[in-house]
Design a protein around this ligand. Structure first.
Ligand code: DQA
Length: 144
């Protein structure tokens, strides 16, 4: 089984992107952490990071066979309506993750158009949030 780990714009440069806000873990570190969390269930991780909404939508459409998804949409949280529609058609649960506590930041980050579709949302816990999202999906998806 495959778990989709989907990261949106500006998340490929984690580690050197405003580390005081987003921490020093790289995307490779996060991929390894998520893979470690789900290995016990025999799940593999398909990790996709793209800068544009269209490419993220294609990744979602290609991932209908995955067991669930962890999604950090980056700033597409604010107005990523077509990514939202893509996730509405995604047949499995997804957990939305934001490294930073978006509610402690600028008001334009206080709403997510994806959040109403998510099984849950984790914000402000840094890279740990991805591990917690993986645990949530393990709990949400019954063992095969
Ligand atoms: C983010 C929060 C978003 O508001 C921002 O645009 C990002 C990163 C986070 O992980 O904290 O790109 O999704």
């Amino acid at each position: 089984s495959e778990l989709l780990l989907l990261n949106g714009p500006n998340l490929g440069i984690l580690g050197r992107r405003e580390p005081e806000i987003y921490g020093t873990d790289t995307l490779a570190d996060i991929e390894a952490a998520v893979a470690e969390e789900v290995a016990g269930r025999g799940w593999k991780v398909t990790s996709v990071q793209r800068e544009s909404e269209g490419q993220l939508i294609e990744a979602v459409q290609d991932a209908y066979g995955t067991v669930g998804a962890i999604v950090n949409p980056g700033a597409l949280m604010i107005a990523g309506w077509s990514l939202r529609d893509a996730l509405a058609a995604y047949p499995r649960p997804f957990v939305e993750v934001h490294l930073s506590n978006v509610w402690a930041r600028e008001s334009f980050r206080h709403e997510s158009v994806l959040a109403p579709l998510a099984a849950g949302v984790i914000v402000g816990l840094g890279a740990l949030g991805y591990r917690l999202a993986a645990q949530a999906l393990l709990a949400e998806v019954p063992p095969a």
